[in-house]
Design a protein around this ligand. Structure first.
Ligand SMILES: NC(=O)c1ccc[n+]([C@@H]2O[C@H](COP(=O)([O-])OP(=O)(O)OC[C@H]3O[C@@H](n4cnc5c(N)ncnc54)[C@H](OP(=O)(O)O)[C@@H]3O)[C@@H](O)[C@H]2O)c1
Length: 210
């Protein structure tokens, strides 16, 4: 059966998935690139020089068996992108998704077909409705919730996520968008494992109890 998964979502020690204030020049606000330095050092990201250790093994699961992604308007572009009719995301003409991508936004627009198999569909709907549509688009494969923190939190709160991989980075951001707010007692419905690696990050996996 098709599952709903989160992979490689980086958070600070205090649970922020992005800093403050997001802008075109600073997609992660004052966090800069610090949430993702662990990933940039892996072969998953750096195809020629990246490491092949435990961080890479976790990172590499990102696209295995995935047939569609759901992301929030905050991941798709900087605040106000809806006012730019030409905005097609951060990723250039051939985005790294290679699948249908549902962008949740209160200001939807017609779908955009990109190179390499990615099509952005814009949807104003509940998380449950978005996941149902994504599962149909995924054609039997799994659906990845790609972020940001708001959309992940809403999908988890609604009980819609089967497996979640977060990467806790040893920095304290103090402000931004937190993933944990409102998710009290998450440990009652998920088996949780923590694996620390030599890079200094801790991989947290949450697997829904059946
Ligand atoms: N840490 C990581 O690994 C990681 C990964 C990916 C992205 N990010 C970062 O996370 C940040 C974005 O996260 P975020 O929490 O601010 O925003 P987000 O989760 O990407 O998007 C939230 C926005 O999506 C729209 N939305 C959400 N649910 C909706 C629904 N049910 N129906 C219609 N629209 C809905 C709303 O925007 P509108 O009302 O404006 O339409 C809402 O404000 C960015 O800085 C990005 O770079 C971090």
């Amino acid at each position: 059966m098709s599952e709903v998964r989160v992979h490689n979502f980086s958070i600070s020690l205090d649970g922020f998935g992005t800093g403050d204030v997001q802008s075109a020049d600073a997609p992660f606000g004052h966090a800069g690139e610090r949430l993702h330095e662990w990933m940039f050092a892996t072969r998953f990201w750096d195809k020629t020089g990246g490491s092949l250790g435990a961080d890479n093994a976790f990172a590499d699961r990102n696209s295995v068996g995935i047939g569609a992604e759901i992301m929030g308007a905050g991941k798709f572009g900087p605040p106000g992108w809806q006012d730019d009719a030409d905005w097609k995301g951060w990723w250039g003409p051939n985005p790294p998704f290679h699948s249908p991508v549902i962008v949740l936004t209160h200001r939807p627009r017609p779908a955009i077909e990109m190179e390499g198999g990615t099509t952005f569909h814009f949807l104003d709907a509940t998380p449950a409705e978005a996941i149902e549509q994504a599962k149909t688009a995924a054609d039997g494969k799994d659906v990845r919730i790609g972020g940001g923190a708001t959309v992940i939190r809403d999908c988890v709160a609604a009980g819609l996520v089967d497996h979640m991989h977060l990467v806790q980075v040893p920095i304290v951001l103090g402000r931004g968008v937190r993933v944990w707010d409102g998710l009290e007692a998450l440990e009652d419905s998920f088996d949780i494992e923590a694996t620390s690696t030599p890079s200094g990050v801790t991989h947290l996996t949450f697997t829904k109890r059946r």
